[in-house]
Unconditional design. Structure first.
Length: 150
């Protein structure tokens, strides 16, 4: 069996959708550009999983095998209402900060099926604030091993 990366984002999307039911949309990067350019997400609050940079260490496999540890990063862009006290159906919506905390709690120490190490939270960046919406990217890190035999 060979695995040469990059990490599959689908397990991240599936886990996040299941662990944070307050997120009404969890998706990959395909629609993120249009959302960042001002198009509203299909549902709110939303999260978009985006692969980030990878850095591989030198091969440490023996003859006939290739093993290379790779540091992998990805971001989760959380798009939520930035209006305190907004109501839907009589219930007060969770704040942007509440949603962010749920996302981070769901992913920190969770193990991606292809990874060697559990996820670590590394960064938080406000990407944009506009029209009562907040766009925040949380950066995560893990490590996996590229493998090739024969």
């Amino acid at each position: 069996m060979s695995f040469l990366g990059p990490l599959d984002v689908q397990p991240l999307i599936t886990h996040l959708a299941s662990a944070v039911p307050d997120l009404k949309l969890v998706d990959g990067a395909a629609d993120l550009d249009s959302v960042l350019e001002g198009e509203a997400p299909r549902a709110m609050p939303a999260a978009y999983v985006v692969l980030g940079p990878e850095r591989s260490k030198p091969n440490n496999g023996s003859t006939g095998a290739f093993y290379q540890k790779t540091d992998a990063s990805f971001g989760v862009v959380v798009v939520s209402s930035n209006l305190r006290g907004a109501t839907t159906g009589g219930a007060v919506q969770k704040t942007s900060t509440d949603i962010e905390r749920l996302v981070v709690a769901a992913l920190v120490a969770w193990s991606h099926p292809e990874a060697l190490l559990p996820l670590e939270h590394r960064t938080r960046d406000v990407l944009k604030q506009a029209k009562g919406m907040l766009y925040v990217q949380h950066g995560f890190w893990t490590q996996y091993r590229k493998e090739k035999y024969g």
